[in-house]
Design a protein around this ligand. Structure first.
Ligand SMILES: Nc1ncnc2c1ncn2[C@@H]1O[C@H](COP(=O)(O)OP(=O)(O)OP(=O)(O)O)[C@@H](O)[C@H]1O
Ligand code: SF4
Ligand SMILES: [Mg+2]
Length: 447
């Protein structure tokens, strides 16, 4: 829509009202879609490549504001292969957190919405029996005979049959190494972008866990750590008792390297240091046995030694749970240390992606090359990381040419044309820059 106030730094009242009216209509429709009831067939799908656990395809996540639509994520596509760490890097405001919040479906509606695209996630969920309940896995002896155990009451005492006076028994259910009951599982691929929001309980916190920058905002100050950890097990494991939940919580605190787990279990969040709280958050993320951990700037609030410990912990845990990590950071040093694949975002789009080695040893996009050059050394601090001169265009009025043009020193005539397409330069490496357009490719040095 052409604006009366074009060239001015404000919108007229009439324009604001027109935008608000248009937005209200779109938001209403998106909210309706989000809150609809839908059969599973509407959001069960297949992975394009079975080696992936997450496939994000052409994701658009917008904020509908009275100033206009902020296209915070504007056509993002990348995969997280199973067992790998994918790092998403880019300067402040480029859409890293909005991408991760979209995967968790945590965008604050009605303004924040997934507008279009797919987020395919390979879930490993409880298989449901005919009664709609998870199917327990029972234990058998070497002759194939079902084993039995006594049924206990809440206090842990055997339950007695009032008529016969005998102990009540039930088939013995298998448990994992932390004593948590096991059920039959099945693999299913969900398109998260199409899932009604109330279905997200199946994934959020259980199969996809998120670790935020500031754990204090995610921990509830009025409940003990133990209380909050137990809650995850009680919520996600059918039939889990309070004792089983506590046992698992203590085990998880142990796993994340907390030396006095019983003491921390009984503490309140404010009684712990920042590093300890982040460990607790990681323990909480692990409670649900996630296949994917999204860590959004997990160590930014911590000092350097603690940062290294937390990163080590994440790396070890990923291997231990055979999970995958989507690691979001503005710190290239962390990416270099942790990631197998790197996605570089700029103003809501991916401008380059490849293996960590490709991005670090053969960066191609002028922005990625600039990032490398501005990587902090011992002499600079990380605040000066993004010192490429110039600004990102206004997210409401994105141009139709390369968003990096105003800051790019390598720009050619072509850059005054359309936004560059993604060009594949190796089986794993893509770049969106006119310097690598196919017709230009022959002139370029081959890698
Ligand atoms: N609630 C909101 N309303 C309007 N715009 C928003 C909202 N939340 C985020 N945005 C916009 O979306 C864009 C992407 O923000 P995002 O939080 O994803 O950035 P980021 O890459 O995580 O940055 P940082 O490194 O600072 O965390 C920004 O332009 C931001 O202004
Ligand atoms: S497309 Fe042109 S302006 Fe954009 S990064 Fe490449 S060379 Fe620079
Ligand atoms: Mg962020």
């Amino acid at each position: 829509m052409p604006r009366e106030s074009e060239g001015k730094h404000y919108l007229s009242g009439k324009e604001v009202r027109a935008i608000a009216k248009e937005n209200a209509k779109v938001m209403r429709e998106l909210e309706k879609y989000k809150n609809r009831k839908a059969p599973e067939s509407e959001f069960v799908t297949e992975m394009k490549d079975d080696a992936n656990i997450l496939e994000i395809e052409d994701l658009h996540s917008y904020f509908f504001t009275d100033q206009g639509v902020v296209k915070a994520v504007n056509g993002v596509s990348f995969n997280v292969p199973q067992g790998s760490t994918v790092g998403v890097v880019g300067e402040s405001g480029c859409g890293k957190s909005v991408t991760s919040m979209s995967v968790m479906r945590l965008l604050q509606g009605p303004q924040g919405q997934i507008y279009s695209g797919s987020i395919r996630f390979k879930s490993f969920d409880f298989k449901l029996g005919e009664n709609g309940k998870p199917i327990p896995i029972y234990e058998y002896d070497e002759n194939g005979e079902l084993l039995y155990e006594e049924v206990l009451d809440r206090k842990g005492n055997p339950k007695i049959d009032k008529k016969t006076g005998e102990h009540i028994i039930q088939p013995r259910q298998k448990r994992d190494e932390y004593g948590t009951k096991l059920y039959e599982m099945e693999e299913k691929v969900f398109d998260i972008a199409k899932m009604p929001i109330h279905e997200m309980y199946r994934l959020r916190g259980r199969q996809i866990a998120m670790i935020f920058q500031e754990p204090m905002t995610s921990l509830n100050p009025v409940f003990t750590i133990g209380n909050q950890l137990d809650e995850v097990t009680l919520l996600h494991v059918p039939g889990a008792t309070k004792e089983e939940a506590k046992k698992r919580s203590i085990e998880m605190l142990n796993l994340v390297g907390i030396a006095a787990p019983e003491r921390v279990y009984a503490s309140y969040p404010h009684e712990l240091s920042g590093g300890m709280r982040q460990r607790v958050m990681i323990a909480m993320a692990l409670e649900g046995n996630p296949r994917l951990i999204i860590a959004d700037e997990p160590t930014t609030a911590l000092d350097v030694t603690i940062q290294a410990q937390i990163l080590d912990l994440l790396r070890n845990l990923k291997d231990r749970i055979n999970g995958s990590i989507l690691l979001i950071t503005h710190d290239l040093g962390i990416i270099a240390e942790m990631a197998d694949y790197v996605v570089v975002m700029y103003a809501g789009r991916i401008i380059e992606q490849g293996t960590a080695s490709e991005i670090f040893h053969h960066p191609m996009h002028p922005y990625t090359i600039g990032l490398q050059k501005s990587k902090p050394t011992m002499a600079t601090d990380s605040e000066t990381l993004f010192n490429i001169p110039g600004n990102v265009p206004n997210p409401i009025d994105m141009p139709d040419y390369c968003y990096f043009r105003e800051r790019c020193s390598g720009c050619t005539e072509k850059c005054f044309g359309d936004y560059p397409k993604m060009i594949q330069v190796s089986p794993t490496h893509w770049v969106a820059c006119h310097l690598y357009d196919k017709e230009n490719a022959d002139d370029k040095e081959t890698r």
